[in-house]
Design a protein around this ligand. Structure first.
Ligand SMILES: Nc1nc2c(ncn2[C@@H]2O[C@H](COP(=O)(O)OP(=O)(O)OP(=O)(O)O)[C@@H](O)[C@H]2O)c(=O)[nH]1
Ligand SMILES: [Mg+2]
Length: 347
């Protein structure tokens, strides 16, 4: 199983590409497309709410191990920049730059664009990512792209296998009531292996829930390892108790006041004490206020772009998280550059 986000700028051919790579499933501000190859399932997540919704982008990235960044053959733009900053601040992802609509360009312009991509990603986590030019009308590059996705998929499978033995955690992205079954949630096993009859709890509310049944791509399973996109029927909770990003697990940290170690984007405005920001934690997101900032052990009122600092922050609701989770701080009203910082939790 591999989870792959399809992100990139507006009208860059994301949805058309998703439709060529898989079969459409659940649809909201993120839309799922599935493809089965032998015993491997590839779940694509189209960030169709982006760029209007930053949440759609961040959720698609956080739900996947591999990102396809779509860049139209006409060239780079601010939205591609924002996607690159998001991936860099979240770190540790694999991915491919997909130069879309290659039929509207020519080989010289396409190779110039892939050089430009190399130049702007230099020094980021994405500097080694390949660029592949594709067209969904002539099918140029589609097979090459698929082969590359399969090989990255094999790498992530191995990486996820190393997480199978950890305590189970499921990130929930959709939840609803099914007549005759009850509460059904969709999501990804972030770590560990879940089993039918597991007694877990829903966080941040700490409500007990038992796994009644597990499905992946409409097939019933007895257990599901890390990295599997699952549908779960649950006992003991109702779908209305859920919110996007709630975690099913044995134990999560839950707090609304959090200390974060932050790396500010080079392209952001300074971050100041008292600033109203938007916090992304896994698939959860909420308004928050910066309570204090320290740099090099000293209290400061502002942290400049590109700097590292520690931030104490008060969120509007409880957040469920674990030590290994990455957070993002954003300014949703900044038209130019919404992403402010990538953060790790200080425990
Ligand atoms: N010529 C050509 N047109 C394409 C290709 N891929 C997509 N298009 C067209 O480009 C337009 C945008 O494609 P979409 O797939 O909707 O792009 P998107 O990024 O999902 O767009 P939004 O979600 O609306 O931002 C559509 O009219 C497509 O038919 C391609 O490879 N070649
Ligand atoms: Mg679309």
């Amino acid at each position: 199983m591999a989870n792959i986000s399809i992100i990139g700028s507006e009208k860059s051919g994301r949805t058309t590409l998703a439709g060529k790579l898989g079969k459409k499933g659940t649809e909201s501000d993120i839309t799922l497309y599935n493809f089965v190859k032998g015993d491997s399932i590839y779940a694509f997540v189209d960030s169709n709410g982006y760029p209007a919704s930053l949440k759609s982008l961040i959720n698609a990235i956080n739900l996947s191990d591999i990102a396809l960044v779509c860049i139209p053959s006409t060239g780079l733009n601010a939205q591609v920049g924002e996607c690159i900053v998001a991936l860099d601040l979240l770190g540790n992802k694999r991915g491919i730059f997909v130069i879309t609509m290659s039929d509207r360009s020519n080989p010289v312009a396409l190779s110039e664009l892939s050089e430009k991509i190399k130049a702007i990603t230099k020094g980021t986590n994405l500097e080694k990512w390949e660029s592949i030019a594709v067209s969904t009308t002539t099918f140029e590059g589609i097979e090459t792209l698929k082969e590359k996705i399969f090989s990255l998929g094999e790498e992530t499978k191995k990486e996820n296998a190393a997480l199978d033995g950890l305590p189970p955690r499921v990130m929930v992205d959709h939840f609803f009531n099914v007549t005759g079954i009850g509460c059904v949630v969709l999501g990804v096993v972030a770590q560990g292996t879940i089993k039918v009859h597991d007694s877990l709890a829903l966080f941040p509310t700490n409500r007990p829930a038992e796994i009644r049944s597990i499905q992946s791509n409409d097939v019933d399973l007895k257990s599901a390892p890390a990295g599997t996109r699952v549908g779960l029927a649950l006992k003991g909770v109702q779908s209305k108790e859920f919110d996007r990003g709630y975690m099913l697990s044995q134990k999560e940290e839950t707090a609304s006041k959090i200390n974060l170690k932050c790396r500010l984007s080079k392209f952001t405005q300074p971050l100041g004490v008292g600033d109203a920001v938007h916090l992304f934690a896994g698939l959860q997101d909420m308004p928050a206020t910066i309570s204090s900032i320290t740099m090099g052990g000293k209290d400061v009122t502002q942290a400049p772009p590109g700097s590292e600092c520690s931030v104490a922050l008060a969120a509007q609701k409880d957040i469920a998280y674990s030590k290994s989770d990455r957070f993002l701080i954003a300014q949703l009203n900044n038209p130019k550059q919404r992403l402010v910082a990538g953060c790790e939790v200080v425990v």
